[in-house]
Design a protein. Structure first.
Length: 132
């Protein structure tokens, strides 16, 4: 059990910077963000310590908001809206979706840090005690 918790701690520690690469934007950062989510899933699978809701709910919100933002941006640029309406830039709802994506990535990274702390505490609680 202890070895699996150490592996889970290593995977969750690796997931934090990978998740933060997802802050680039939903197009370039999405692959790293999905890989970071997979690392958290593997950390859970090896350690069997529950992942905080902060991490997985934030991850789901970021995936949905990122996909909607990318889809909306592509739709507006390929003739989905009148080109005169988007001449000044992306519509406000796409910018709101991007802001939601960025906030959800930060929340997910915070959840991953919380998970790493939870794993470290469980390791410390199960550590063998030496004689005083």
């Amino acid at each position: 059990m202890r070895a699996s918790q150490v592996i889970g701690l290593g995977l969750s520690g690796l997931a934090v910077p990978v998740l933060l690469v997802g802050l680039l934007d939903p197009l370039e950062g999405s692959l790293a963000f999905v890989v970071g989510g997979a690392l958290l899933l593997f950390a859970y699978a090896t350690s069997r310590i529950q992942v905080p809701a902060l991490a997985w709910v934030g991850w789901l919100v970021a995936v949905v908001a990122g996909a909607a933002a990318v889809g909306g941006a592509v739709w507006t640029q390929t003739g989905g809206l009148d080109q005169e309406a988007v001449r000044g830039g992306a519509p406000a709802w796409v910018l709101v979706l991007l802001a939601v994506y960025e906030a959800a990535v930060v929340v997910t990274a915070a959840g991953a840090v919380q998970y790493a702390v939870r794993l470290a505490r469980s390791l410390r609680a199960t550590a063998p005690r030496g004689r005083p």
